[in-house]
Ligand binder design. Sequence first.
Ligand code: FMN
Ligand code: SF4
Length: 447
Amino acid sequence: MGRTPAHTGVIMTEITPVLTANIEPGRAPLDCAGYERAGGYAAVRKALGEMSPDQLLDLVKESNLRGRGGAGFPTGMKWGFVPQGDDSPNPKYLIANGDEMEPGTFKDRLLIHGDPHQIVEGMILSAYAVRAPVGYIFLRPEYERGADLLHHAIAEAEAAGYLGKNILGSGFDLELHPHVSAGRYICGEETALMNALEGRRPNPRSRPPYPAISGLFGKPTIVQNIETLSCVPHIVNNGAKWFRRLGLGDDAGTKLYCVSGKVKRPGIYELPIGVTLRELVFEHCGGMLDGLEFKAAIPGGAATMLMTPEELDTRLDFTSLDKAKNRLGTAGVIVIDDHTCIVGISLNLQSFFARESCGWCTPCRDGISWIVDILRDLEEGRGEPGDAELLMREMKMIGPNAFCALAMGAEGPMVSALEKFPEEFETHISGGGCPYERPPALPPQSN
Ligand SMILES: Cc1cc2nc3c(=O)[nH]c(=O)nc-3n(C[C@H](O)[C@H](O)[C@H](O)COP(=O)(O)O)c2cc1C
Ligand code: SF4
């Protein structure tokens, strides 16, 4: 077993940590000098000294890095969409997405609080590759301390010559600005995020045009998750092949898996991407708390599909979960035990989506609230025969007819709950309400 930093709750296991290598229990993050001593900013020296932006872009393409913010889009391919050349629009922008309001997801927080210089370095490299002279770091409001740490890291990097004009004599200029959000889930959606940054109401924008073509202030913009950006220095230092080989299946790199629910050791685990759900829950997390059985898990935050005990051997990576008609999402794994009601969980999740709907389009604004009403009726004994079919029919209409991915996200856990646990909905109807007792007092736990 590895280290157990008390201040973050992270548990790092056998593999040599990559993204979490500089994160130590109870210790403030490394300052610039400490980060340099640990090998930090070597990638910036290498890339800006020896590589053209196009060579860096090709390296990231070759590494098979896929976005860690939810959609898993290939990072290098996205960078390749940014128009370049003398007649292309300028300036271009880079945005680090640290909104992190997905339920069960708390990995970017660890990177922001634990190693802010790694994010700054990842942003310098990514901005260089897409030739962006300005970058923003968009943070959820609760990450106040993170914003302070990032301001400090940016000032230190400027003083050391890694930010500002003509970085390390390369001719490349970059300024970075942390921005604290007003705090809504929809602000994490990249087009709503850009509206928020511009001071507008954060409704999503229609696409096309895609942000890489016309984004912030109408200019080419790359939005990238904090964890995605943190991978880039390691790819530059160690190569694309090294990064690809870290993965256990078809995907590349390590992954920060956040685990919550009634397992023995919840927390954040940096593991090779592609670990199975079984290994994550029963080896790294030590299994379920005594007296409880594994019933289900949601693999990637609220907006993914429930997995059953029969799916424990599925790899938690983009490719394997796509094949299983699921999604890796944020890899925020929420484990559900046999004392927990699936209808109750569904009510909880749909209440979140209904509350966080931005209200722009009717199917999402009114439809998800209606789903919540039906689920509440089931929980409180007012369910009627046919309610499960009604839920399924309505939910399948909402997602495809709504304007952005928030509503499609709400569909995943609801439809999979109905498909995989139909008996729970039936018992709520036939038994006149929720058959589960409120969570029992847990028996004393062994380690
Ligand atoms: C409702 C909603 C919320 C989102 N929240 C976040 C978030 O907090 N952080 C994030 O990186 N991506 C979030 N995304 C995904 C972003 O739109 C975008 O795909 C991502 O930031 C791109 O970065 P990546 O390619 O590195 O994953 C959200 C998407 C939706 C639909
Ligand atoms: S789907 Fe929901 S969150 Fe997205 S635009 Fe419509 S109302 Fe807003």
